[in-house]
Design a protein around this ligand. Structure first.
Ligand SMILES: C[S@@+](CC[C@H](N)C(=O)[O-])C[C@H]1O[C@@H](n2cnc3c(N)ncnc32)[C@H](O)[C@@H]1O
Length: 252
């Protein structure tokens, strides 16, 4: 590979993902989702997390007594997830290398989640529709799907056309965003400088996320037969286009 070339999303970043996400309060996210489950009277502790990544949330669910299943398209993210569970005695995790647009999961689940922008990585309405249809098919009657998404406002105005840098542990990173008004797709070039054993290596990845209007998300969910609510993330206030991140709760 030519130095400086950008690799596809979630390939070489996998071993560094947890460090890069160390600013996210995942336990608070899981507690919030548990509150949603309580409000919806969901008692069965079995959860499928699609686009589970390195399994940060799967571990938290497992520690809270849930039987956990994870699905992700990236072998390298799943490899880190597997390592995470190899050192835990909180019960087994069932991992599937698969595409959330065609979950094809044997058996129906009471709870499916999809967290941290993962649905934004689906870049066409057809792909989003296909994924939500697949989730619908994978839920048992009365089952619940809980997901978050970045809004158009977040991708267009907050990320916009900007470059910023961060330091997380031994990683310095530069994030360069470009938002395309015609497609609602944000292209994010991530450049990591990793300091290890006195040397620095550079790794580059390119990510793309699409913003979807709230009305479109509602329409697709309704068309599929879901009863849904969209909230401002980590609250129970109705979601608005001016929010940065929303959470969707969709009941079959
Ligand atoms: C930002 S990460 C989120 C990981 C995890 N959910 C979390 O909260 O940390 C997005 C994940 O979506 C996965 N992904 C992207 N497109 C996918 C697809 N079509 N099917 C399954 N997984 C996908 C990526 O491999 C990556 O692990």
């Amino acid at each position: 590979m030519k130095s400086g070339a950008y690799r596809p999303a979630f390939t070489i970043i996998a071993p560094y993902y947890d460090t890069l996400m160390s600013f996210v309060n995942y336990p608070a996210w899981v507690t919030y989702i548990e509150n949603i489950l309580m409000l919806h009277n969901r008692k069965e502790k079995r959860i499928l997390d699609i686009a589970c990544g390195t399994g940060i949330c799967l571990e938290l669910w497992s520690q809270r007594g849930y039987a956990v299943f994870g699905l992700d398209i990236s072998m390298s993210m799943l490899a880190i997830c597997k390592q995470r569970f190899a050192h835990l005695d909180n019960g087994p995790v069932h991992l599937i290398n698969g595409d959330m647009r065609q979950i094809g999961f044997a058996g129906k689940m009471p709870i499916i989640t999809c967290l941290y922008d993962s649905l934004n990585h689906l870049l066409s309405v057809d792909d989003l529709f296909g994924c939500l249809q697949s989730v619908y098919d994978g839920l048992e009657p009365g089952g619940i799907f809980i997901f978050d998404m970045n809004t158009v406002h977040c991708l267009r105005d907050e990320w916009g056309n900007s470059t910023f840098d961060r330091r997380d542990g031994n990683i310095n990173s530069i994030w360069t965003n470009r938002f395309d008004l015609a497609t609602y797709i944000s292209t994010l070039e991530i450049s990591l400088k990793i300091n290890e054993n006195g040397t620095t290596k550079t790794l580059n990845e390119i990510h793309r996320e699409r913003g979807y209007r709230l009305s479109l998300i509602h329409d697709i969910l309704a068309k599929l037969g879901f009863k849904s609510s969209l909230y401002r993330h980590l609250t129970f206030q109705p979601a608005q286009e001016s929010d940065l991140r929303i959470i969707g709760v969709a009941e079959k």
